[in-house]
Ligand binder design. Structure first.
Ligand SMILES: C[S@@+](CC[C@H](N)C(=O)[O-])C[C@H]1O[C@@H](n2cnc3c(N)ncnc32)[C@H](O)[C@@H]1O
Length: 243
């Protein structure tokens, strides 16, 4: 289980971002009984609803804060629940880790009555300077991130909302540091982003980024982003109401 290794220290570096949380909670509507699949340390679980978490990694479950929703050790494609057990299901930055995301979402559909909310990433939207340094990230994500079209094939009609990533995003996922480029040079930061440990050889990209930051080449090429407060990097909230 990958997250038994890379999940150590997750909660410290991956603090849920309140602005993203507000968008996810809005997408959940007034659903009361909610399943959070691939729940990890509990990010984005609404505290005012009846939530049950599903998470396969013990290392992640152990990082759930006191008072967090109860967690069941299970995987998405074999959910130990009856049909229609939940009003809604949520899955945040997790479906690309499921060995068979289609089977997982089919299971999520089976156990959910009204609404499915995914916080995910559109692999067809590629506008981020980081890819110039680490093209392997694109190849890796393309192999595991379902396109919106493929999600709709499984979920039926979907609504898609853009999640702009704030410059001071507290959740240290891949795009979080778009305005803090030196952060990607920090091994601890990279350790909490699943693509980096999976890259064959990140060193040439790291060397190039360090050198461009030192010489001013990065600022010259990408410095326009420094005037922005939030950007669209391809993160999306996908909502399905299969009924
Ligand atoms: C990037 S973390 C996201 C955790 C949390 N949802 C969040 O937003 O912080 C991905 C999570 O997916 C979980 N995961 C991996 N494979 C899974 C599977 N087959 N079914 C359910 N969850 C899985 C991992 O253990 C990990 O906790």
């Amino acid at each position: 289980m990958l997250y038994d290794t890379i999940g150590r220290g997750y909660r410290t570096r991956r603090q849920p971002d309140a602005r993203i949380g507000a968008q996810i909670h809005e997408a959940l509507g007034d659903s009361r009984r909610i399943l959070n699949v691939g729940a990890g340390a509990g990010s984005y679980e609404p505290a005012d609803r009846n939530v049950l978490a599903v998470e396969p990694s013990q290392v992640m479950v152990a990082q759930r804060p006191g008072g967090a929703a109860p967690a069941v050790r299970a995987v998405a494609d074999a959910l130990p629940f009856d049909d229609d057990s939940f009003d809604a299901a949520m899955a945040s930055l997790t479906i690309h880790h499921w060995p068979d995301w289609e089977a997982g979402l089919t299971e999520v559909r089976r156990v959910t009555r009204d609404r499915i909310v995914l916080f995910t990433f559109d692999p067809d939207y590629r506008r981020f300077w980081l890819y110039d340094y680490f093209p392997g990230v694109v190849a890796l994500d393309n192999g595991r991130m379902p396109t919106l079209e493929r999600l709709a094939n499984v979920l039926g009609e979907i609504e898609v909302a853009t999640v702009e990533i704030p410059a001071d995003c507290t959740d240290g996922f891949q795009g979080a540091y778009w305005k803090r480029p030196e952060a990607y040079l920090d091994a601890d930061v990279r350790a909490s982003i699943s693509t980096f440990p999976a890259l064959e050889d990140p060193q040439p990209g790291l060397d190039a980024l360090a050198s461009d930051l030192a010489s001013g080449a990065w600022q010259e090429r990408y410095g326009d982003v420094m005037s922005l407060d939030a950007v669209d990097l391809g993160y999306r909230i996908v909502t399905a109401t299969p009924g």
